[in-house]
Design a protein around this ligand. Structure first.
Ligand code: TRH
Length: 400
């Protein structure tokens, strides 16, 4: 197999259109940094919404057309036709989530002597069909170009999900005590308290769940990054808002609102909690690497197209649990995604099984390989094949 670890000088352009929230840019930013850091690629990231990006990386200035952060060149993709200040075509072109490349860029790709490797990076789905469609080629209708569909997934035969090489070492070195003092301003809760992190969309199931935590026999400490669920938490406690630095308590429940942090600091929240409520795509993946029990608020799609995806993820992750625990996880996830009322006691009585499964599942998922590494290996092997015979001996830097 061709490995991508020693492929310096590969130029890669990633195009990202922000549809909603932080997931599109969240995935692209993580991938771009990984390709630059771990594979030595020269990466340019074209993004149409720099404000969402700024939330994940404060160094990104929404006013700038071109800038650099974390070793990645960032271009504000301000019009559909914009393709960078100087039209240079990269060796590897990644079009994220079906965003359409500027036509002028595609035409220039077709003129390039050495055709770029063109990848359409799709959204993550754990469904079975993904392995059949992963790496399927799609010839361009007019140009001599082939686009390859690259599907993230949770099972063998898919592109896997993103995982930085240093992630597990960072998790092992995590200083829980320091994190609590710095981020929440208190000492970490003792083992008699269950710490829950809550990153979610607006969700009608939040009220019964908060009430169960309030009325439960064992104390719960809730950490809420400021965002779309904050209003509901504020209403529950009877306050006007629940903004970073706010805290509230009712019965057995204590809640702390914390600020939205830059992306590399997000994992620490998951490591600091006993159970993580996550959403969308990227935080869902990070919760799996955190090796803690977790609950997924999937991104809702029209016609309930997200429900089979939820069940497919459950089949992978919860499939390794004994029947009662598996059914309880499925019930709780379904309720958190609109079908029924969540029953915390029913879910959390399986805590030790869920903790054991979380570690086991992370190992199973790691066997699929890291998405950036899988993508880089695919690109490197295809780049060699794309070299025209008359240029085979030409140094790569002269091919641009
Ligand atoms: O923000 P999201 O809901 O994004 C969604 C999904 O990706 C969905 O699949 C997609 O279709 C839709 O957008 C358009 O959830 P996600 O994917 O978890 O992205 C959130 C990002 O925010 C993730 O990279 C983690 C990051 N984050 C921080 O960097 N700091 C924080 O404090 C928090 C809470 C999150």
């Amino acid at each position: 197999m061709v490995t991508a670890a020693h492929s310096p000088q590969i130029a890669c352009d990633v195009f990202c259109a922000v549809i909603d929230n932080f997931g599109d840019i969240g995935v692209c930013w993580r991938l771009a940094r990984q390709l630059a850091d771990e594979h030595g690629w020269q990466v340019r990231l074209f993004v149409d919404d720099l404000r969402a990006f700024h939330a994940l990386c404060h160094a990104v200035d929404p006013a700038l057309a071109r800038q650099e952060a974390a070793g990645v060149v960032i271009e504000h993709w301000h019009e559909p036709s914009h393709a960078g200040e100087v039209l240079q075509i990269a060796d590897v072109v990644i079009e994220a989530f079906g965003c359409e490349l500027p036509p002028v860029y595609v035409a220039a790709m077709a003129r390039r002597a050495r055709k770029p490797v063109w990848i359409n990076l799709d959204y993550l789905s754990a469904e079975d069909w993904v392995a059949d469609f992963h790496l399927r080629p799609s010839p361009h209708p007019r140009f001599a170009l082939v686009k390859t569909f690259f599907f993230p997934g949770l099972g063998p035969g898919t592109g896997g999900v993103l995982k930085e090489r240093a992630l597990d070492a960072g998790r092992a070195a995590f200083d829980r005590d320091a994190w609590w003092r710095e981020r929440v301003g208190i000492a970490p809760p003792g083992p008699e308290r269950t710490v829950v992190s809550l990153f979610a969309y607006e969700n009608p199931a939040i009220d019964p769940l908060l009430a169960q935590w309030r009325d439960g026999a064992s104390p719960v400490v809730l950490l809420v990054p400021q965002g779309r669920i904050s209003g509901a938490v504020a209403r529950f406690f009877g306050g006007p808002q629940f903004a970073a630095g706010d805290a509230a308590a009712l019965g057995s429940l204590t809640a702390h609102a914390i600020g939205f942090v830059e992306q590399p600091h997000f994992d620490a929240l998951l490591w600091a909690a006993d159970v993580n409520f996550v959403r969308g795509e990227d935080s869902f993946v990070r919760a799996q690497w955190a090796q803690k029990p977790f609950v997924w608020h999937i991104y809702p799609q029209s016609d309930d197209a997200h429900l089979p995806k939820l069940d497919a993820a459950l089949a992978h992750y919860a499939g390794g649990l004994p029947d009662a625990a598996r059914e309880s996880v499925a019930r709780f996830w379904h309720a958190w995604n609109g079908a029924g009322t969540p029953d915390w006691a029913d879910f959390w009585r399986h805590r030790s099984l869920l903790e054991a499964r979380a570690a086991q599942w992370a190992a199973e998922l790691a066997a699929v390989g890291d998405l950036a590494g899988n993508l880089a290996a695919h690109a490197v092997s295809h780049l060699a094949g794309n070299l025209p015979a008359e240029l085979a001996e030409t140094p790569k830097t002269q091919l641009k």
